[in-house]
Design a protein around this ligand. Sequence first.
Ligand code: ATP
Ligand code: MG
Length: 576
Amino acid sequence: MLIPTVKEAPADAEITSHKLMIRAGLMRKLASGTYTYLPLGWRCLLKVISIIREEMNRAGAQEILMPSVQPIELWQQTGRDVDYGPTMAHFEDRHGRQNVLAPTAEEVVTSVAAGEIKSYKQLPINLYQISFKFRDEFRPRFGVLRSREFIMKDAYSFHADEKCLDKEYWNMYETYKRIFRRCGLEYVIVEAESGEMGGSGSHQFTVPCESGEDIIVYTENSGGSYAANIEKAAVDALPKQKTEDRRQKTEEVHTPNVGSIEAVCDFLKTRPAEMIKTLIFQEGAKVVVALVRGDHELNPEKFTQVLGGKHNELATPEVIERVTGAKVGFAGPIGLAGKVDKMIIDYGVAAMAIGVTGANKTDYHVKNVVPGRDFPLEGDNIIVADIRNAVEGDTYKGVKLQFKHGIEVGQVFNLGTKYSAKLGCNFLDQNGQEQPCLMGTYGIGVNRIIASAIETGYDENGIIFPISVSPFEVIIVSVNQDDAEVVKTAEGIYKGLKDKGVDVLLDDRDERAGVKFKDADLIGIPVRVTVGKKALVQGNIEIKLRNEPKAQAIPAGNAVEKVIEMVNGLKAKLNA
Ligand code: ATP
Ligand code: MG
């Protein structure tokens, strides 16, 4: 069997799962963000896939398979050719037609459903596939956690009414819980931004661990807890700051060539928390301004929500200069509201007593700016709202927010009619009226499940796989290949286990015992059976669990029975 274990991890491997997947011979890199799965790695993926398939079928979904190469016209109909930007790979075929490589499949599945669904009698329906997706990620990294080509389970449901969609949403939510539990993952479920308005919104299934790129924000309190991802996490409005300084007059200061927050702070001996950042966006011909405190970050999702779901791009330097009358880096809120279509002010800025901001004049800033006095906090085109990321020290409903990193392994969404309306996926209701289908979408990152299992299950010797996703359930190490009795016993147990349907690997290589034990630990197979000359003399073999330090001696004759008992015990824990 091809199991090319190696001592050294490649230099580009920054996190444990990436290092161990290479070292244990699960996969090899082809190019940035693309990997070949070798026999052990592919076995892991197949196990995850079969758990997902079983649970999706059990939940009533039906498996289909859609093409990876899709015509661009479909994506133009929903506008997502633009939204996905360079993350979606494009190519022209020999006839000059434009195609994309599927990063997901809402457009295709909705067009399929549009062709087949005529009446409410055909609803609800849930279609899913398990297939390759391609995303030309800006920065592929962390091995298979952020790769360019990966396997996704994507499901799409169609409904005649909101109640039915809601029911399926929670059906998928429960199904995901089963899937991740069976895969042996310790996950948390957090509220996520749905982008679209809809009954159930969106939830993300996240595996907490240091190397995760997502940030989970949560509270732990007796009255119930709250958990959301950073894109969604709400914060309480900050209390209004009190200070005597509010009587000071505004003062323009010359700040030649100092544009960034840090540079201005250095120059004026102030802190980012005392600065007001003025960010200028455009949505078509409209100009929208966002104000956030210098030490806060604008949250694009919250900002988009406040603007009624309209996506805004950062304004071009030309637009910024036209609106502010100054070069980029010197925008400020004084006198700006009248010149723009909308001004969205974060609660944090509204609560400031006094601050520093750009002067709308190249190379100048203004000190002693008092929100409400020097620029308005109310008006027809002014909204004060929560548009920033939560930070350490924030509260929600009065309880302190906590933060931790995690890996997003799956997400469920209520889509409403976003896609069906645009792609003409309609049905005739009971009154013969044509209506767009309501839709839900549900994704799982198959490769990320393996990486998450490793990130949360390893020690200094290698991987510790949950039995359900391990490439094999049992490994038999035959210690003395030159001893006929040892070979015979090892092969006998191997055959006995195989006959009983146990997924077992026999290490009968001509290698030293130490090498075999090292490899077995590295690969992370949960149950190890050791057949050696010494123990056999007493009629025993050894059984050891990967995550327990001690082995136990068992009469060789009972080995098969005992191993099956252990395997079933490990499986039962995951199915509980
Ligand atoms: P992310 O925010 O991490 O980029 P996403 O929210 O864009 O992910 P979805 O469109 O929700 O991802 O895709 C469904 C699932 O596919 C995700 O929950 C994740 O597990 C997986 N996935 C997404 N992008 C990648 C990637 N580049 N590499 C591996 N798995 C991915
Ligand atoms: Mg997602």
